[in-house]
Every structure is written in C-alpha cells, then in structure tokens.
Design a protein around this ligand. Sequence first.
Ligand SMILES: Nc1ncnc2c1ncn2[C@@H]1O[C@H](COP(=O)(O)OP(=O)(O)O)[C@@H](O)[C@H]1O
Ligand SMILES: [Mg+2]
Length: 365
Amino acid sequence: MPEVFGAKPHERPVPRISIHAFVEFPDTGAALQRAGADRRLAKAHLNVQLGGIGAAVEHYHGVVTPNLLLVETRLNGQAALEELDRLAHVCDPATKVIVVGRTNDVELYRELMRRGASEYLVAPLNPIHLIEVISGLYLEPGASPIGRVVAFVGARGGVGASSLAHNTGWCVAEELHINTTIVDFDLPFGTTALDFNDEPSQGVAEALSAPERLDDVLLDRLLIKRGEHLSLFTAPAALERDYDASTDAYESVLDAVRQITPCVIVDLPHVWAPWVKATLVNADEIVIVATPDLASLRNAKSMAELLKNNRPNDAPPRLVLNQVGSPSAPRSRPRISPRRWASIRPASSISIRSSSARPPTTARC
Ligand SMILES: Nc1ncnc2c1ncn2[C@@H]1O[C@H](COP(=O)(O)OP(=O)(O)O)[C@@H](O)[C@H]1O
Ligand SMILES: [Mg+2]
C-alpha cells in the first residue's frame, strides 16, 4: 500500500547537482528549460547550450565536467559512437552522461550503455520523463519510496483549511489504511492537538529548530501516534517563543517525514511568507480552501495563479469551497453563489463542502 500511495518516481526531488546540456535542436532545449523550471529540479543547477557533442568536446578541454552531462547527437549508429568516444576523452569519470538521439536504435542503446553512458533518450523529450530519469540516476540502490506531500492552505483565516486537512488525514489513515502524518505548521495557533483531543507539544517546533538532528529515532519520539496508521506532528500553540525557522528547515522537516510516511498532510496557516510559498510550490498536491465570499475567492484566485506559474509540470491546485450555505457564516460578508463561482472557473470537477448536509465540493483551479 505505501508504494501505491507514495510519491511517483518523477516526484522525487533531484539533489543539488550541476547539469550541463549541449543540444542540437530547439525542441530539446525547450524541453530541458521546462524541466529546469520544475520544482523537483529546484536544487540542481542546469545550464543549456547549443552545439551538441562537438561543442561539449570543445568546451571541456581542460575544464572539469559537471555531475551530469546531457548531450544530443544528430548522428546514428557508428558515427554517433565515434562522436561519443571523442567526448569520453575530456569527460571526468565521475560525470554521468545522458545521450539524446533521434533514432530508436536498440543496438546503439546497448553500445552506449556498454561504453558507460547512463541513459539514451529518444527526442522529442518529455520534461517529466527526463526528471524521472535524472532523479533515478541519483537514487541510492535499495532506497525506500518516499511519501506524497499534500498541503492544505486557507484563502483566508478561518475558512476551514485545518478542519479539512485533519479530516482528510484521518480518512486516509482510518479508511484507506495508509500510514499518514499530519504536520501542523501553524506553530502559534495550530489546532491539530485540539481536534484530536491531545495535548499540544513542542514536536514540530523542536524539529524545526534542529532539522539536521531529525533521524528516525527523534521523529519517533516527537510524533504522537493516533491509531494504527495516523501520526500527528502537533504545534506548540503557544505564544511565548518566537518562531523564526528558515525556509530550508521547513523543507528538511517535510523531507524527513516523507522518508517514513507514505502520506504527509501539511496544515499551513493563512500567512504569506517565503516558507509558506516554498512549501506550497514543493508539495505534490495542493488544496486551497475558500469560502464563497469576495475576499476569499480573490485570494484563492491569486494563490492558484501564482502556484500554477511556479509549477508548470504539475496539476493545478484543488479548490474546496467550504461553508457554502452555512448559517453560522457572517451575514455581513457578500456571498457568491456556487453556481456563479463554477461559471467563472474554466476548470473541471467542482464539489462543495458545507456545514449543512451537502456533500463536499472540490475543483481544479
Ligand atoms: N463546513 C463547516 N461547517 C461548520 N463549521 C466549520 C466548517 N468548516 C470549518 N468550520 C469551523 O470553522 C472554524 C475554523 O476552522 P479551521 O479549520 O480552524 O479554519 P482555518 O484553518 O482555515 O483557519 C472551526 O471552528 C471549524 O470547526
Ligand atoms: Mg488552520
């Protein structure tokens, strides 16, 4: 089950490596640029140049080659192999080489592998497949699968983002029997402990203050077990201390949690800070929760647009309209009917969550 729910192969982030590419055709360059803009390649440094293998050979005379070299050839068969042999003379043995060609030639593939190339890809390249291949090259043998990170954020405060995050986490754990951790990143005001009837703890705050110490043993101590499949990483919900962890610390905590849990639900506060933006951009799935009032929908639209621009190869965020028709919702706030909301969305499936008996509503932004 964890393998089924965990991150897909292309969702593994690529480590901090340098990648140089020497392409022959503009479409290969465009595919590489698209892959380079992807969140999974955010740590890697990608440089794309024209000129193919010939330009690479010239460039690396007396120059150290990068961690990964991607070279494109126009040639086939023996001619392509001879061109590659010239590259081998200037290429550092530690450098991995991906060759891109135009022909689906099994013989050429076998011969390239025999000569030490890491992969042979046939153009036109698919950016997602390319990320998957690169990620696979840096995967340690026997590494276990990592979890999927699903981030919940409210378009305004109080729209029910935490309620939805906690209920979703509970359902995934209890009904689908998938090991799940709910991570409460709302350090001063988080409600995870309240909602699960637990004491607030220093768990997340302690992890964020020293993410480099976060191994399986420490995680086990900081996480609160709630049933067979659910763990909680609760927030202190206290105001005495300042919470000023770095963006990298938030990322490291999630990296550590996803090493041990196939489903990671992140409950984000409604604030716009660099670490919130980075957590959303890096999530495998995003849920924006809004209520049907003007400010909430305006904010949801701004967030969705920004996230779509920053995640060109991902599905758009999901939008959940909550508290639709709720009698408890403030009357002073102008309401927008779900029908009108649906009519202004270009997107697909819509569902509505309300405090009345109606079923939940989600849409792709
Ligand atoms: N669909 C709903 N119907 C009724 N009350 C709701 C609904 N969704 C959320 N609430 C209530 O609204 C309040 C704020 O919810 P919360 O999940 O903490 O919001 P957020 O995390 O967006 O600030 C809570 O008291 C919660 O129980
Ligand atoms: Mg909340």
